[in-house]
Design a protein around this ligand. Structure first.
Ligand code: FEO
Length: 390
């Protein structure tokens, strides 16, 4: 147990080894944590559980440090298995425990465990007095699941926020003032870019709703990563920016290449952009982590995407990238497509059309080069890069 506020302790699990999450969808190079919290007020309240592979460690510690029989109620903020998955084992030991959750949470818990426990559904504005603290419940629908909820404790002035404001960041301390803040920021924005971008409009509205509640917040305790106790509002301010058509002033060139022709085009575009002072990052998609590429596409204001033509189409790494770009709704970006080809030349056209379909803004027609670009062709492409910068 790690004390967070006078009556709230962290009782979660650190997962130092996690490198891929959501199946293999998301890279987590800094591991993660599953943050379960224990509120010891006049009532003893457990908030969320942990991912089932860590259930034994979690339950042993709960038993030795709290005593599972001493828990009066459990709140499930979100029934994705990394937070609700160990609920079943607790209920085997304590089938009488009341479970507070959202209406959608009750549906999710039933769909996962197929049990009819003592559910007490809560909605936004509902409160629960547990002694010194009154808990206010706020539904956080689609941030990032339909069932997600946030709690505010009136006396300890802590927000327990579920996935919102989290990071996949397992490190020596659980508190933001005791960790590397640059890594923390990078993990927080990677988490936002990869998990929350499809719901940015909902998040923006929810932040306005939370502001109107005038909560006196001293600590924000998410379900993953470190807890925001130094200047906790910084992460709310960051979410306000990130959920509002966010972009930074740089272009990202992402390409895949078979025999270096497409790579030569990429390098010439980079040179042209640099010539006119536009900052550029350049990545070969076939050797770069996809979650990091999604983060870069989310941050950049201009996406320049290229592929060789293969079998009348696009190389697989770029095909996947374009799928992710569409599903993450990264639409407030300018773009240009490029590529090389041996004989048919479909790839740049396909990339261009897919980016149009994803509602990005084309800066110009695609750039396409037959086979190996000549020195003259590359000089022309440098000029195109200069025009893009303008
Ligand atoms: Fe961390 Fe949506 O589960």
């Amino acid at each position: 147990m790690v004390k967070v506020t006078e009556r709230v302790s962290w009782v979660g699990v650190k997962d130092w080894d996690l490198r891929l999450f959501h199946g293999h969808e998301l890279s987590t190079f800094n591991g993660s944590t599953y943050n379960s919290y224990l509120i010891k007020d006049e009532k003893t309240v457990l908030v969320d559980t942990v991912w089932p592979p860590h259930a034994d460690q979690y339950l042993e510690r709960l038993e030795s440090e709290v005593g599972i029989n001493n828990i009066d109620m459990i709140i499930i903020n979100h029934m994705e298995p990394d937070h609700g998955g160990t609920l079943g084992k607790i209920m085997e030991l304590r089938p009488d425990l009341p479970i507070y959750c959202s209406v959608k949470g009750q549906e999710s818990i039933k769909a996962y465990f197929h049990k009819d426990w003592n559910f007490i559904p809560m909605k936004t504005g509902d409160t629960l007095n547990i002694g010194k603290n009154t808990i206010t419940f706020v539904e956080m629908r689609m941030i990032h699941w339909p069932d997600s909820m946030l709690l505010y404790l009136s006396e300890d002035k802590i927000v327990i926020s579920s996935d919102a404001f989290g990071q996949h960041f397992c490190t020596q301390s659980l508190f933001n003032d005791e960790v590397d803040e640059c890594v923390l920021y990078q993990e927080a924005i990677k988490y936002y870019a990869n998990i929350l971008t499809p719901y940015s409009k909902v998040i923006n509205r929810k932040l306005e709703e939370l502001e109107k509640l005038n909560l006196n917040i001293e600590v924000i305790a998410p379900a993953h990563g470190v807890i925001w106790r130094k200047n906790p509002m910084q992460i709310i301010e960051a979410y306000k920016k990130w959920s509002g058509n966010y972009s930074e002033d740089y272009a990202v060139i992402i390409y895949d290449t078979m025999y270096d022709s497409t790579r030569k085009i990429a390098l010439s575009l980079e040179q042209g952009l640099n010539n006119k002072g536009k900052k550029v990052k350049l990545f070969n998609a076939s050797i770069t982590d996809l979650s990091n590429l999604i983060t870069e596409m989310y941050k950049a204001d201009t996406l320049i995407i290229g592929s060789s033509t293969v079998n009348n189409g696009i190389l697989a790494s770029i095909e996947v990238l374009l799928h992710e770009l569409g599903s993450h709704k990264l639409c407030n970006k300018d773009f240009m497509a490029f590529g090389s080809y041996g004989w048919s030349g479909e790839s740049p056209k396909h990339i261009h059309q897919k980016l149009i379909d994803a509602k990005l803004n084309p800066l110009r027609d695609p750039v396409s080069v037959n086979y190996n670009p000549s020195a003259e062709a590359l000089a022309e492409i440098v000029k195109i890069g200069e025009q893009l910068a303008k």
